[in-house]
Design a protein around this ligand. Structure first.
Ligand code: NAD
Length: 260
């Protein structure tokens, strides 16, 4: 049973991370919540989780662009919770622009948040997992870890990178009862993709809903966005004992996007 274990989910104040936090909390898993919101908002979010699910939940708003902030975050979390049993590297940002003019600052931010932060959190969580001979590391990559799209040079580089990172960690941890996997979602209905939809709506003079449908069906055969909770349910399965042999895998959940 997973009850009483602790999961740390980066970027769990919104979208996939927040929905996944609810799915894990429903199982009695204690939570380290994290994301860009104020201390006050974060404390009340953690309190709501504790009350609703009768779990231990804490919050941190470490900026993942700052490796010192990540160290403090992880140290505090481990001190408060004992160890991190389930590490979900989920926080991410996007910027779409042609490589010709792609700003260096956006490149650096995307590589730092979507890739390098996971290296740091994994490094800091592994000691406790090895001590317990049990751990689950789940990195939220993307179909863009497997295939490319125009105007996503930094995002694709970071997501392809995190798949490589996942594979190495899986090899090194296989004898320690620790699995490491990457989930590769297609379109998920979260705020992350709103800019891409509004760009299409503006350029093609479409409504938001029409632009959204156009964005989805341009690449994804299943003509609907996934709900963030679906990713959470997949995460929960990967945490189970039945999934102990799934490790080092990049697992598409993409409405047949990468089947083509
Ligand atoms: P979201 O924008 O709803 O949430 C992003 C989270 O990351 C928030 O909690 C935010 O506070 C946090 N975050 C952003 N920058 C941060 C920083 N500098 N420091 C700390 N935290 C930071 O996005 P989402 O769609 O839920 O994305 C979650 C993950 O799923 C991302 O890695 C994203 O690339 C991936 N993903 C999303 C989709 C999609 O269609 N939405 C598809 C495939 C993969």
């Amino acid at each position: 049973t997973l009850k009483g274990k602790t999961a740390l989910i980066t970027g769990s104040t919104s979208g996939i991370g927040l929905a996944s936090a609810h799915i894990l909390a429903e199982q009695g898993i204690n939570l380290v919540l994290h994301g860009l919101m104020s201390d006050e908002e974060g404390a009340s979010l953690a309190q709501e989780f504790s009350k609703q699910y009768r779990i231990n939940a804490i919050f941190d708003n470490a900026n993942l662009m700052d490796s010192d902030a990540i160290s403090h975050f992880m140290e505090n979390a481990i001190k408060a919770m004992g160890s991190i049993d389930i590490l979900i590297n989920n926080a991410g940002i996007q910027h779409t622009e042609s490589v010709d003019t792609f700003p260096e600052s956006k490149w650096n931010a995307i590589i730092a948040i979507n890739l390098t932060a996971a290296f740091h959190t994994i490094q800091l969580a592994l000691g406790g997992m090895k001590q317990n001979s049990w751990g689950r590391i789940i990195n939220i990559a993307s179909v863009h870890g497997l295939v490319a799209s125009k105007n996503k040079v930094a995002y694709c580089a970071a997501k392809h990178g995190i798949i490589g990172l996942t594979k190495v960690v899986a090899l090194e941890c296989a004898e320690h009862g620790i699995t490491a996997n990457a989930i590769c979602p297609g379109w998920v209905d979260t705020p992350l993709i709103n800019d891409q939809i509004t760009d299409i709506a503006r350029e093609e003079k479409r409504s938001f809903e029409q632009a959204k449908y156009q964005l989805i069906t341009a690449k994804q055969p299943l003509p609907e966005m996934m709900a963030p909770r679906q990713i959470g349910e997949f995460i929960l399965f990967l945490c189970s004992d039945s999934a102990r042999s799934i490790t080092g895998s990049s697992l598409p959940m993409d409405g047949a996007w990468t089947a083509q």
